[in-house]
Design a protein around this ligand. Sequence first.
Ligand SMILES: NC(=O)c1ccc[n+]([C@@H]2O[C@H](COP(=O)([O-])OP(=O)(O)OC[C@H]3O[C@@H](n4cnc5c(N)ncnc54)[C@H](O)[C@@H]3O)[C@@H](O)[C@H]2O)c1
Length: 265
Amino acid sequence: MGRVEDKVCLVTGGGSGLGRADAIALAKEGAKVVITDIDKENGEDAAHAAGNGAIFLEHDVAEEDQWQLVIKQTLGHFDELNVVVNNAGMFIPGSVEEVTWDQYRTHQRIHMDGAFFGIKYGIETIKANGKMGAIVNIASTTALLGYHTSFAYGACKGAIRTMTSHAAIHCQQLRYNIRVNCIFPSVIQTPLIEKLYADAAAAAEARGVERPAPLPPEQRIPSPGLGEPMDVGYAVLFLASDEAKFINGAELRVDNGSVINPAAL
Ligand SMILES: NC(=O)c1ccc[n+]([C@@H]2O[C@H](COP(=O)([O-])OP(=O)(O)OC[C@H]3O[C@@H](n4cnc5c(N)ncnc54)[C@H](O)[C@@H]3O)[C@@H](O)[C@H]2O)c1
């Protein structure tokens, strides 16, 4: 109990999936959580589920003025900010040949612009209170491996990985006492993944593609399986806490080893 006692933690995209799990994990260990999301209904529900006085703020992470407002509202409610979890995201499958400019820009705005604003305003606000702070960025294993269907998404997650390193060293050089780390989940069971699988199945059916017969057990490669949102929630909790005080610029895979055994994906 109390691993992040009284830390004010802002979680973007906290209304669903991983963000909701992060918010619940943080609140359970004493954090005062600010859940932000474009989805008001889910966001309010997640704040209720997290408890410990968690609040919800409507917020589009791609809009700079909304970041400025959310920071102001957070300081107005909780007086300070200690942790930002840059989690909000979306995914439209597509190879480099399939992806449209519009889809590519949408990924960039939500993932890259969103993380940029979260890191920039996070550092500016956290450093003002002089206490130990943390920024946790949610990337993806698509930042580390090539995938046929994830061009725009993977490009943005790769950028988030690099933003993490540069921001981490910036904070270390200027002795800000703010750590910036990055998490790389593989496939975690959330609404984003459920929609992806449903869309892929519908597209395959529409094309008349038959599913291949399953391999006999002795020929199967052990699968890393699907993770649960709380698998990421606990990793966020650790990196947000002072237990991780000497961990800065780290890249933590939450993938049950899928990246070191890509054939099993
Ligand atoms: N689920 C996975 O397997 C997986 C794997 C790797 C990385 N991720 C990343 O984890 C993060 C969360 O994904 P998830 O699986 O929980 O998805 P999800 O769809 O369950 O939740 C995403 C949340 O982000 C919110 N959101 C979308 N656009 C937003 C915007 N512009 N501003 C604010 N909020 C916005 C949505 O409303 C939703 O509540 C994403 O960054 C995603 O890329 C997920």
